[in-house]
Design a protein. Structure first.
Length: 402
């Protein structure tokens, strides 16, 4: 009988534990969902802000770097303009000094009257060598614009990706030539774009057609790929993506491997046709957000297990009087059914509902026991009286009160 009582108590405690567990799971599911989306939003904003800062830093450095090259050529043009009596040897020395001081690969000057070009390495090109500086793109560009100009990136004779800065030279208001400087895009990329390199991100510069102008991978410079073309298409379809007044302009495009990239771009203030972009694999965003979710799920599961263990212990301890009450009732019913000759009261000393129930049951047990004892006594007297009457004594009476 006691095993049956323990089983019933176990069932009740299990049910209560299950109910509490379901409620806790529901609460955890709601709170985890809310926390997840809040954390997702916060993580996204943090990563976006970091990417925006990287893009801004690279753009500022890119513009400053480009401006310094322009400024150097302007200073050189003014220096030559202000010294009309400078001879060729002095000019070549000056070109070489500017090359070394400003990091150009080559500095040169072309004259309008002769078509000759003097280079910082001491060499000279003219019509006898099949070269007329006046037909050069950089010469025409600076002459036509009348100010410092920059060619489009191109590959030089030796295959290097190059960009040329060119500044016109005037003496007494008369155009006399152009001073120019070649700069290797590989070095430019290495010097500037390194700021945008992190574990999960990098920076690159593209033009409006999707050509890669500056990239840390020199093999990609002056080429196109799926990513660069997708960036150009996205900006062409939505120009607000490169609006400097709009700060939250993160957009997504796929690269050559079909992997989604999170991209932010700003136009260069020096050359608006160039787009300085910061690129992060979208999985970096997803990994951070998913790690938050996994952490919450693990913490929630561990907390659920711990809480349910304590709840089960507390419920089992709280319901333990049920077993005592059931054992007491079983003993009482055995007494009533004459399976035992004695019955004991339920021993619960608490002041809660279980204590009140046990007191009420004990009162009924005692009353019933007393009644049964009186009935037994009355039966015994009745039997005795019958026996006396059978012997002829009709004065016998039953005195017991059933």
């Amino acid at each position: 009988m006691q095993m049956k009582g323990s089983k019933n108590s176990f069932k009740v405690s299990s049910k209560l534990t299950l109910y509490v567990g379901v409620l806790i799971i529901l609460v955890l599911a709601v709170t985890t969902t809310i926390t997840y989306y809040q954390s997702k939003s916060n993580a996204f904003e943090l990563l976006q802000d970091n990417q925006l800062k990287v893009m801004d830093d690279v753009q500022i450095t890119f513009d400053n770097y480009a401006s310094s090259k322009r400024k150097a050529l302007e200073v050189l043009a003014n220096e030559i303009s202000n010294n009309s009596d400078t001879n060729v040897h002095e000019i070549i020395t000056l070109l070489h000094a500017f090359k070394e001081a400003n990091g150009f690969n080559l500095v040169f000057i072309g004259f309008e009257n002769s078509g000759k070009t003097y280079l910082s390495d001491g060499s000279m090109l003219d019509s006898s060598k099949g070269f007329d500086t006046r037909n050069s793109i950089w010469f025409k560009l600076a002459k036509d614009n009348g100010k410092i100009s920059v060619t489009k990136p191109y590959r030089s004779i030796n295959g290097q990706a190059t960009i040329t800065y060119a500044a016109p030279i005037f003496q007494n208001g008369k155009f006399i030539g152009v001073v120019g400087g070649d700069y290797d895009l590989k070095n430019f990329s290495k010097d500037v774009l390194a700021l945008g390199r992190t574990t999960n991100s990098y920076a690159a510069v593209y033009d409006a057609e999707g050509s890669i102008i500056f990239h840390e991978d020199a093999e990609k410079i002056l080429t196109k790929n799926t990513l660069s073309e997708n960036i150009a298409i996205a900006i062409r379809n939505n120009p607000i993506l490169i609006d400097p007044r709009q700060r939250e302009t993160l957009f997504y495009v796929d690269n050559d491997q079909g992997q989604t990239q999170a991209v932010m771009c700003n136009p260069s203030s020096v050359n608006p046709t160039f787009r300085v972009c910061s690129i992060v694999d979208k999985r970096s965003y997803d990994d951070v957000i998913n790690s938050i979710l996994y952490s919450q799920l693990i913490v929630g599961f561990v907390a659920l297990v711990i809480v349910l263990v304590f709840v089960r212990i507390l419920i089992t301890r709280s319901l333990s009087p049920l077993t005592t009450i059931q054992n007491g009732l079983n003993s009482f019913f055995d007494f009533i059914n004459h399976k035992t000759n004695n019955v004991s009261t339920i021993n619960i000393k608490t002041n809660d509902e279980f204590g009140q129930i046990s007191n009420a049951i004990n009162e009924n047990i005692l009353q019933t026991k007393q009644g049964l004892e009186q009935d037994n006594q009355a039966v015994k007297e009745s039997v005795g009286t019958v026996q006396v009457v059978e012997k002829g004594d009709l004065t016998a009476r039953i005195t017991a009160n059933p």
